[in-house]
Design a protein around this ligand. Structure first.
Ligand SMILES: [Mg+2]
Length: 125
């Protein structure tokens, strides 16, 4: 049974947020992959196939929007849900996230129970 763990790729530039998110996911029985920027995330995707991606929007270099666009241009990644994480409370940013076609949006600071519940729903658990 434990061999059936789902894998979640976390893309997040802030070390503390990364640590908290990875700890939360592992404590809830998920395998994790972690990348600090979009370039690393796209490289990681070529070599592994996570069940889901948690993607920070505000990152230096490639933004979460750009990373998402590149992911969606590659048919190999069609089945992977991508959830946007953003600390912005701006309505425009939330609208932009929804229009961009992310699977969902989760505001930061993370509501940990809500996030885990949402992930399990999307993974059909
Ligand atoms: Mg960030």
């Amino acid at each position: 049974m434990s061999g059936d763990k789902r894998t979640i790729l976390v893309v997040e530039d802030d070390p503390l947020s990364m640590r908290l998110t990875v700890d939360l996911l592992q404590a809830n029985g998920f395998n994790t992959l972690d990348c600090r920027d979009g370039t690393a995330a796209l490289e990681t995707l070529k070599a592994s196939s996570p069940d889901m991606i948690l993607l920070d929007i505000n990152m230096p270099g490639m933004s979460g929007f750009e990373v998402h666009e590149k992911i969606r241009q590659d048919r190999r990644f069609d089945g992977i849900k991508v959830i946007a994480l953003s600390a912005s409370v701006m309505k425009e940013e939330e609208d932009r996230i929804r229009k961009a076609g992310f699977s969902d949006f989760v505001p930061k600071p993370l509501d940990t129970k809500g996030l885990v519940r949402k992930i399990k729903e999307y993974l059909g658990e």
